[in-house]
Design a protein around this ligand. Structure first.
Ligand code: ZN
Length: 110
């Protein structure tokens, strides 16, 4: 069951849509200084997902404040990317379960 998620591109499409919504909310909220946030997305190349995902899946949503003197970067939370890990977040979370089986703490973390 868990392995199927890692090769299901529609699951990754869902994660992308949820990330787009989180990004939209972050941009709408604006910078802590009150400035408008401009798009400053950047490309990541996570490993471990289904083959054939489009380039939109490699985009980490991020914003930069438009106010001179601030220019603070705002990077909303993501369901696809886990910090600076090189694998998809879901792969990082599922790997212990796939290798060693589910335990209550592992399922709770998921
Ligand atoms: Zn600002």
């Amino acid at each position: 069951m868990y392995q199927a998620l890692l090769v299901d591109s529609s699951f990754f499409d869902l994660l992308l849509r949820l990330d787009e919504e989180l990004a939209r909310q972050a941009q709408q909220q604006g910078c802590a200084c009150g400035g408008v946030l401009h798009c400053a997305h950047y490309r990541r190349k996570p490993r471990g997902g289904p083959s054939g995902l489009g380039p939109q899946h490699e985009m980490r949503f991020s914003f930069c404040c438009a106010v001179d003197g601030c220019r603070r970067r705002t990077t909303p939370p993501s369901l696809r990317f886990l910090g600076r890990k090189v694998y998809w977040g879901v792969v990082v979370l599922l790997l212990p379960i796939l290798m060693q089986g589910p335990t209550p703490p592992r399922l709770l973390r998921l």
